[in-house]
Design a protein. Sequence first.
Length: 135
Amino acid sequence: TVRLRVHALDLVDAPAAVIAGLTYTVSFGGGGVGDGDEVAWVPPDEDCTAATPLATVDASGAASVVWPAAAASPLRLCYRFARVGGYVPFNSVVDLCRITATSASEARPGDELSISFTPHGSGRMAAAAAIRPRA
């Protein structure tokens, strides 16, 4: 009897742009995807054979990924199925943004506080938030 186990990555649910240093949950799906698989992202012109894992996939097919600020942008996914061999490149790309400036107004408890940041990277992300500190 010959048994053949097919591994295939059919789903990658990752944001198109991420901020370096923040944690993102990325979901993966497909035949053989599961606990102990590893994920890495490398510049598109780099080979996956030298990839360094950024996260390990859990039994639900999810991984908590923190992209380092020193990484290049954009980055392409490299996936390694547990107990199967080396990393394999996939066509999932993220743009890495770095926060290079922040500004915030002064506030007292109960006042609204405005926070904004300017990302460095793809230029596709910008954000501002208004929060009200607890009194």
